[in-house]
Design a protein around this ligand. Sequence first.
Ligand SMILES: Nc1ncnc2c1ncn2[C@@H]1O[C@H](COP(=O)(O)OP(=O)(O)OP(=O)(O)O)[C@@H](O)[C@H]1O
Length: 289
Amino acid sequence: MSSPTETRASTALRQAQGSEAAGTTPAVHVAGLDREFRSKQGSVTALSGVDLDVAPGEFVSLIGPSGCGKSTLLRLVGDLDQPTAGTLEVFGKSARQARLDQDYGIAFQQAGLLPWRTVAKNIELPLALHKVGKAERAARVSELVELIGLGEFADSYPDQLSGGMQQRVAIARALAERPRLLLMDEPFGALDEMTRERMQNELARISAETGAAVVFVTHSIPEAVFLSDRVVVMSPRPGRIVQVVPVRLPGEARDDSVREDRAFFDAVAAVREALHGAPPPVARGVENR
Ligand SMILES: Nc1ncnc2c1ncn2[C@@H]1O[C@H](COP(=O)(O)OP(=O)(O)OP(=O)(O)O)[C@@H](O)[C@H]1O
């Protein structure tokens, strides 16, 4: 686990270098991945020939026009769907085995909390389902409510929380079993801009503190740049990777000061250029905010 003062980028770099040196397996390994959906109406090629490795501890965002296959790729990694062709490994295992081993947590745009359970009970749900003992569950929940800054709301119900607070609970629930990988599909898509930036700051801190790798789907270029070690730019359907933009931002932590930095603007411009370099219609479904 990394120290809170160590930047996530340096953690990821150190871990990537370490894993290379030690021959450690990547968090996610995707090679020649295809996904074709077939129906009576015809077939849709959602992904074609996708190659991607995510290092342990690395934060990677997927960005691209609407319908380019971002969610499909995330769902394949999360064993919620099966590829038509290609190789997909999570920590060197099949996606199914990684799911059974609770190697990853998932958070989507809808927080998906159970309204009849309190914050604490929602967070502890995966632990309860996996028969973790009561004392250990309580200890983990109290750690997590502190991590997400909702210690005072442990006994509140979801409808007593704002959208941002609910999303933090969903993230805590995804982290409950200390996954080495988090899969996030537009988790802040439904939030207002101010809350969204606050949540981005929190997620940057949480990912640095936990050292988990993250694969993050977003439509927002600045959000992708702010959070990521690398931004994966995808083409319109059939989704392919057109460019991978490395992000190097200064400072010890990703906080609001980073958003004013020249390196941040340069990386935003690089991602935007990569998107616009793809065949039209590239702008549809991609926000510049
Ligand atoms: N279950 C399915 N059956 C048929 N087609 C599907 C299915 N799931 C996805 N698709 C198609 O695959 C393509 C990629 O969809 P996907 O949801 O992965 O795109 P996306 O990049 O996440 O889009 P958005 O940014 O709008 O959320 C789309 O054309 C979609 O219609």
